[in-house]
Write a protein that binds this ligand. Structure first.
Ligand code: CP
Ligand code: NVA
Length: 306
């Protein structure tokens, strides 16, 4: 059956847990130096309409390690930039490659591509969601903190594609999620309506960072200005977000064994201080490493069944 990975909610909790388990095994095998190449002769097309370091390199290296290859395509040098539709692009690429990863602006671009493709389509980040990142984060959290269902995870800062994906994850996995965001910031209406309709008591919003982090197991930061938003009132936005910075004094208010995550790229001394990101409670670079292992599990699952 053709499956896409453009959000978390289309996947069951069991399927996502299976992916996490598979990532743990692939990571261990890789660390032991084992060669495992189930995707020999297979190709992933990666289309980037926004910049990337981690997503691009981890997908490309992941395909290579699994025996396949990846193509790096961008909108400026492909016909997408000249108006060829996502649907036509998907139909054509489906004849050449075995999966398509798209990093784009509107989530509807991914939906259009998935509807037209006859190979799996993967969301490499959109303005709405970043599911590959959150699954790799869950892998990291499981490694360091164990059973997800028992944890309190606090998101601090903007309301954006990452916090939206955390909402999807909390609805599926049931852990406690607090969105610590400024009062004037709005959560995606569609997502929040789903939270309300499902009576998810595990999900709350708190406008005080200091209150939100009390007893937290995980503190999570992201850039205050996401890609594509650079032209907005960045200085004013940063001033409003200042109380949501993860620094030593905020971290002291969380559980003593709390870990700190950041999807990266970080803007040091803005959303997180260098002392914290380089400090003993940070798992930020392990988290970045896990993008590779999680995506290998995803590629194996999506490509080998199709
Ligand atoms: N976290 C993440 O997706 O990083 P890149 O933007 O570098 O891919
Ligand atoms: N919210 C950030 C995530 C980067 C991985 C952005 O969209 O720029």
């Amino acid at each position: 059956m053709l499956r896409h990975f453009i959000n978390l909610r289309d996947w069951s909790k069991e399927d996502l847990l299976e992916l996490l388990e598979r990532a743990v095994r692939l990571k261990a095998a890789y660390k032991r130096g084992e060669i495992y190449q189930p995707l020999k002769g297979k190709t992933l097309a990666m289309i980037f309409e926004k910049a990337s370091t981690r997503t691009r390199v981890s997908f490309e290296v992941g395909m290579y390690q699994l025996g396949g290859q990846a193509l790096n395509i961008n909108s400026q040098t492909s016909q997408l930039g000249r108006g060829e539709t996502y649907a036509d692009t998907a139909k054509v690429l489906s004849h050449y490659v075995n999966a398509i990863m798209l990093r784009t602006f509107k989530q509807s671009n991914l939906v259009e591509m998935a509807a037209a493709a006859s190979v799996p389509v993967i969301n490499g980040l959109s303005d709405l969601l970043h599911p590959c990142q959150v699954l790799a984060d869950l892998l990291t959290i499981q490694e360091y903190k164990g059973n997800l269902a028992k944890l309190k995870i606090v998101w601090l800062g903007d309301s954006n594609n990452m916090s939206n994906t955390w909402l999807e994850a909390a609805m599926i996995f049931g852990f406690e999620l607090v969105l610590a965001i400024p009062e004037s910031f709005k959560v995606s209406a569609d997502l929040w309506q789903r939270v309300m309709a499902g009576h998810y008591a595990n999900i709350t919003i708190n406008h005080s960072a200091e209150e939100a982090v009390r007893g937290a197991d995980v503190l999570y930061a992201d850039t205050w200005i996401s890609m594509g938003q650079e032209e907005l009132e960045a200085a004013a936005k940063k001033a409003i977000l200042r109380p949501f910075q993860i620094n030593s004094s905020l971290l002291e208010r969380a559980d003593v064994k709390a870990i700190v995550l950041h999807c990266l790229p970080a803007h040091r001394e803005e959303e997180i201080t260098s002392v914290v990101i380089d400090g003993p409670q940070s798992r930020v670079f392990d988290q970045a490493e896990n993008r590779l292992h999680l995506q290998k599990a995803l590629l194996e699952k999506l490509i080998s069944v199709n």
